[in-house]
Design a protein around this ligand. Sequence first.
Ligand code: KIV
Length: 272
Amino acid sequence: MSTAKTEAKRVTTHTLQEMKAAGQRIAMLTAYDYSLARLVDSAGVDVILVGDSASNVMAGHETTLPITLDQMIYHASAVVRGCERALIVVDLPFGTYQGDTKRALASAIRIMKESGAHAVKLEGGREVIGSVERILTAGIPVMGHLGLTPQSIYKFGTYVVRAREQEEADRLREDASLLEQAGCFALVLEKIPAGLAGEVAGKLQIPIIGIGAGNKVDGQVLVLHDMLGINKEFNPRFLRRYADLHEVITGAVSHYVADVRSRDFPNEHEQY
Ligand code: KIV
């Protein structure tokens, strides 16, 4: 009998394209560290996003703007070490790709070289097409992100649903097509009406991954800490909680504190 370890077949950008063609939904989640990335990967997620939401959930910042390229590379390399199967996509952080295509390429190359990830993601439409095209010249796959783009929060002023008005919806449709033509392998659509997201997914050939964009798209993404219920303060309508780790973790930790105080821990079997 062979004891050889069976290696998981790596998900690639081509796998995602095939999944769209076959009508098979794509499951994507964020991860920012080795231990949770291992669990997420072994549970069968297709794409792991090392999101700049790390700025909020890992570092406690109010927005995604402060996180740096070095910090994203640190998180991404930990995730890469924890994964065998998922395609790993890393967010280009704010200020590392906008308005300077040369800088965009240099930032993307640093992510790929120093973390070992498989693709990058950036936010925006027509204004970042130059950056997308330049990054692609180095053979680096690029995922786009339209709708609510958190790096532009100070332009929007709020985190409300985007593209409800005709003009903004038309602009999003055009931007989605431009990103596809420029060579993006997939797009994230965040917090836009389900009908509009479904229309874009039907029109474009590349996979469309939604977050708060309904279920007529080709896949879904959520922030891991939100769907695991670690963070209780964030409650948008689109978020389904699959666990209540806030309760589990605070319960376990307060139990430990009580056991230490009462001298119940460690007992005679837990010592040498
Ligand atoms: O940074 C992030 O977690 C994201 C997802 C919300 C798509 O961009």
